[in-house]
Design a protein around this ligand. Structure first.
Ligand SMILES: Nc1ncnc2c1ncn2[C@@H]1O[C@H](COP(=O)(O)OP(=O)(O)OP(=O)(O)O)[C@@H](O)[C@H]1O
Ligand SMILES: [Mg+2]
Length: 381
């Protein structure tokens, strides 16, 4: 069976209809028919075993479990298969995704109708699955110079190395830290080059900076005063588009809590908040936790990453944990020489020196963040 074929399963107890569908599918190879099930009462078990990509259920199915009863059973059982309901004009049914009916096929239908419906629901189901599977991570700290840009860049590269298609957004809209880190030419396209009314997937190709590290980067505007041209509405639209296209989106942010930074924090799934062994950082981290609580973020939305975790300046981890009120989730050691060298060269140290402790730490953080991700490594574009 071809890898790109859509695996179709049919629940149909009228032999003539089943035969008709078989005939329509004979002359093509985009869809392969797994089986035709005739008994609604046994179908749930068979369907979860066969795991089709698309299911067609005849609404007029007779027997103990009728057609729409089966659809309801499948839907309430949370079976992740898009369903097309087959019916006749005398029994009109409307598509109802809330009930698990993605599309309706009215008899009599042509081969073209069938193919169109099957590939259509398959495509949109895949797209929604991908959107649900994508992860948006905002690297943040209420303090400057703690390593946000360094961590965001190297983490994004580690995610890409782990087989995830990864985008990195330079959320430092005023100063564009990634622009300077990567020594991008001033005329390289930026977030301002995305259309503001209807952003589409095809617009992205011209605007993303394709870094040799394998990460696609959405750069900040080239000039400081242009930052204010990016609105919260733009941010929301851009993020929902990037979610559809990339498996992982990492956002670098400035230390200031501007309205665009807030919209990045709002829209992301996880905030990676950098802390260091430094009393002002800890003070600000506590103040920030308070703010996050009052905005209504759940504590699990934030994960603390201790950067330069081995240069504690006399404070130990217990003290840090006590000060911020919880044990940090992630740790990255200090490596003054390598980090500065790599940053000055505009390259990710996770690629240039993957064996260094600081690189191993970032790679581990990436895998810790990807735990629970349903998609196996390498399965994405
Ligand atoms: N783990 C580390 N080991 C050694 N040096 C580090 C480490 N992380 C960051 N640095 C250094 O700290 C400095 C600040 O890092 P970076 O620019 O990433 O911080 P930032 O939080 O993005 O700063 P800003 O608030 O200005 O955006 C850089 O010189 C960088 O080389
Ligand atoms: Mg920065």
């Amino acid at each position: 069976m071809g890898k790109d074929q859509i695996r179709l399963l049919i629940v149909e107890d009228v032999p003539q209809v089943a035969q008709y569908i078989r005939g329509l599918l004979n002359s093509q190879s985009a869809i392969s028919l797994l089986d035709v099930l005739t008994d609604g009462s046994k179908a749930v078990g068979q369907i979860s075993q066969l795991r089709p990509d698309v299911l067609v259920v005849d609404a007029l199915l007779q027997g103990r479990v009728k057609g729409l009863q089966l659809v309801d059973q499948l839907h309430s059982g949370g079976i992740g298969v898009p369903i097309i309901v087959l019916t006749v004009p005398q029994h009109p049914i409307e598509p109802d995704p809330e009930r698990g009916i993605q599309a309706v096929l009215m008899m009599p239908f042509s081969g073209f109708d069938l193919m169109n419906k099957v590939s259509g629901v398959h495509r949109s189901f895949q797209a929604s699955e991908e959107a649900a599977g994508s992860r948006v991570l905002t690297v943040f700290a209420p303090k400057g110079g703690v390593g946000k840009t360094t961590v965001a860049f190297n983490l994004a590269v580690a995610m890409a190395q782990a087989g995830r298609s990864t985008a990195l957004i330079d959320g430092n809209l005023q100063f564009g830290d990634l622009r300077s880190l990567l020594k991008v030419p001033p005329d390289a396209p930026s977030i301002l080059d995305l259309p503001t009314d209807r952003v589409q997937e095809s617009d992205l190709a011209d605007v993303m900076w394709r870094d040799p590290s394998g990460v696609d980067i959405l750069l900040a505007p080239p000039r400081i005063e242009q930052a204010e041209m990016v609105t919260v509405r733009d941010v929301d639209k851009i993020l929902s588009l990037l979610r559809r296209v990339y498996a992982v989106v990492v956002i670098d942010t400035p230390a200031a809590l501007t309205d665009t930074t807030l919209s990045f924090l709002d829209a992301c799934d996880t905030i990676i908040e950098i802390v260091t062994f430094d009393s002002t950082t800890i003070h600000n981290t506590l103040a920030m936790a308070d703010t996050f609580r009052s905005i209504g973020y759940s504590p699990s939305k934030v994960r603390y990453l201790v950067n330069r975790a081995d240069s504690s300046g006399g404070m130990d981890l217990n003290e840090l944990a006590k000060a911020i009120g919880r044990v940090p989730e992630h740790f990255v050691v200090s490596d003054g020489r390598l980090v500065i060298e790599a940053n000055n060269g505009g390259v990710p140290f996770v690629l240039t020196e993957p064996g260094a402790q600081v690189s191993l730490d970032i790679i581990r953080v990436a895998s810790e963040l990807l735990v629970g991700d349903r998609v196996p490594v390498g399965a994405r574009r």
